[in-house]
Design a protein around this ligand. Sequence first.
Ligand SMILES: C[S@@+](CC[C@H](N)C(=O)[O-])C[C@H]1O[C@@H](n2cnc3c(N)ncnc32)[C@H](O)[C@@H]1O
Length: 271
Amino acid sequence: MTGDRSTSDSILAVADRFDLETLAWALDRDIEPDCHFYEAILQRNAGLALEAGCGTGRLLVALLRADFQIEGCDISSDMLSFCQFHAEVTGFKPTLHLCAIENLPFVNRYSVILIACGTFMCITESDQVDRCLATLHANLVPGGQLVISLIPATYLHLVVGPFPTPWEPYYQMTLPKDSGTLIVDWRATDICSTQQIVSEECRYRWVAGESIIREEISAGQHRWYHRDQFLARLRRAGFCDIEVYSDYSDKPSDGFDAVLSFVATRTPEKV
Ligand SMILES: C[S@@+](CC[C@H](N)C(=O)[O-])C[C@H]1O[C@@H](n2cnc3c(N)ncnc32)[C@H](O)[C@@H]1O
């Protein structure tokens, strides 16, 4: 989160109202390499933007602060309620839609839709992925741009049975006011290689000294893609002029990327 120390302290004050996953996304993160990448795309596309899967507003609030006109949507009411709180303490009141990305109801509304942090990978069924891309296409204005960042499947060596796999350290965050550490671990619970779907769990533990204050496990799934597979799906949904960037830079992917960002254009209307 791009807030200051007092924002972090106010997060702690409301921590009991949110699950630990929401708290993890709400706290300050040191490295925010993606925000500048998305900013550059918004600068090239005037008009209303949407961050789909906006979570606690880490990016959304930073983009509002940079003077962009942007709305958010998320499937989690906890995340959105935190996002509202985060925006309000920062002085904004954005429009937020409690809505799955695949059900976005608008037509010709957004000049940019961005989906950060591999969130699109949470949509796992093949037909649903195609329907979702078609929906995103319809929600954009003609000539508008869809930006989707995906994590290449360089971690599959960790997803070999027996399942569940051992817990792997994912990341840790120091909580404000010496109130402990949030420790996040990850494990795979299954894999379907033909569908390219991993079932997984994240374990969130709030630890202070020797004590575990809270522990929560959240289960989910994600679908992984090879670059050309995702390009083909974007083309099938009607997108054109698709560029693929590496690691939030302006460089094309080189096959050794930690993150791939697809920037695809809804075909402009013929005059
Ligand atoms: C990894 S977090 C990223 C949050 C935010 N984009 C950021 O970068 O800080 C993913 C978010 O996507 C949301 N999400 C997952 N699947 C979704 C879906 N199908 N429709 C809308 N939101 C979804 C989750 O609730 C969560 O808030």
